[in-house]
Design a protein around this ligand. Sequence first.
Ligand code: HEC
Ligand code: HEC
Length: 483
Amino acid sequence: MKRWNGVAAVVAASAFVSICLLTARPAAQIPGERPKLTQHINQADIEAGRYSLADLFFAGKFLFETSFNRLDGFGRPGATGDGNPTRRNPDQPFMTRVSGPEANSCAGCHNKPEVGGSGDFVANVFVLGQLADPVQMSIDPLFSNERNTVGMHGSGAIEMLAREMTAELHRIRERTREEAIKSGRFVTHDLIAKGVYFGKITCSPSGDVDTSQVEGVDPDLIIKPFHQKGVVVSVRQFTVNAYNHHHGLQAVERFGVERTGTRDFDGDGVEDELSVGDITAATLFQVALGNPTRVMPSDLASRARVQRGERLFEEIGCARCHIPALILDNPIYSEPNPYNPPGNLRPEDVSRPFTFDLTRDGPGPHLERTKDGRAIVRAYTDLKRHKIADDEDPFFNNERLIQGGVATDVFITRKLWDVGNSEPYGHRGDLSTIGEAIMHHAGEARPERNRFMALSPQDQTAIVDFLKTLQVVPSPRTSLFFR
Ligand code: HEC
Ligand code: HEC
């Protein structure tokens, strides 16, 4: 009797163990299935110079376009899609369109006109829905902000512009504080970076900083160029968020044992899903993608119209926010970004950053180089946030949830350098033409919008035709080897 009891206990115990294994690693039970990611990139090898940019670009491209599976750690039964590691009840649907995971690869959404680019309306993301526990099934605007997929061509230049502008704003803050302390008086200075006005800053004789007159940027004066809301510092930070949000793949630098006390925060049975080096490669793929460029019509009449449209775009004031060219003082991209928040690799974590020249390296098109070694970034943005809706036309104020403390009618000036082939338009992607997007400008852009509406049909056509020449042109070298 005793013996049988023992056997029953063993049987029960092994059944329990196999049930645990089954829930932990369900796909592991299926013979023949293997992870897509068979090896990880070691950050120390990157720092030791063992990889070229091309090596890391193609490793990153693989990480960006691979449809991951459960053996890679796809899915996050025990974690929400929040960038701040947050647990959720594991007995919830495995994938949901709203809360995510909702896609098998980054390229599932970012694929126009090539991998890394923008996306169709069908690839929209229900931003902030990923924070929900229990998971959210409704696409009602009460529960998430629906956004269209933005492309990453030129993101390296954008990130470097933002870093230089941040450094400039921080220097002004430091100077203001020093002058106030030295003089024993209140001192106020304009905050201007690369010619863009970000309001004023005041310091007291005791060194206290008053940021109540700062505009278009957070009080920390860190330019956050990513997300259409302008709330994310770097491509790396976005990438770590996106892998967890969209695919349930958790990066060690955010979700690993040092920050969460476990190697498997999302409880799917796979430990250390993405290494620091994997995230570096995925980031380098995106920031080294070719920059958007100009596709000019071949006949003379159309060219003349485009050139007139380009002049008119400046004359009626569109260029006040969509600045045609900003100068990058140092064209060397370096990874990681010094303004990364904790939970993302930072320069102090590496023995040396990975660098490359935005005017020479990568698949191209590259940034134009000036005679004095700087670079021209023709992105048509000021990297500043603006109120873009008003009572007369609330179209762009269609979201209900506040993201990153930014009001619902405020967005960062959309880069226009890819506008010719990044349809659909508007942050929600619910506009099918450039003309509709212009017509719906309101709030701070109302004067320019009204000037546009007052132009003759020929002049309006010229502006739209000019904007259509700004495009991402797929580089044959994105899929081949390059220097
Ligand atoms: C389900 C569709 C979808 C998937 C999958 C997806 N993205 Fe995105 N991505 C978006 C959308 C939509 C935006 C714009 C978000 C916004 O403005 O709020 C975006 C924006 C970005 C941006 C910022 C671009 C900018 O200029 O502001 C980066 C970087 C990015 N994604 C990287 C990734 C990476 C890396 C992956 C894979 C780990 C990924 N995305 C997967 C839809 C997606
Ligand atoms: C006050 C700053 C400001 C001014 C002035 C301005 N814009 Fe914009 N523009 C924005 C912002 C912010 C967005 C993003 C709107 C959104 O989707 O929420 C935008 C978006 C756009 C888009 C949509 C791009 C896309 O990919 O979805 C186009 C096209 C555009 N602007 C053209 C123009 C033209 C033409 C003018 C001049 C008549 C102009 N803008 C003036 C700030 C401005």
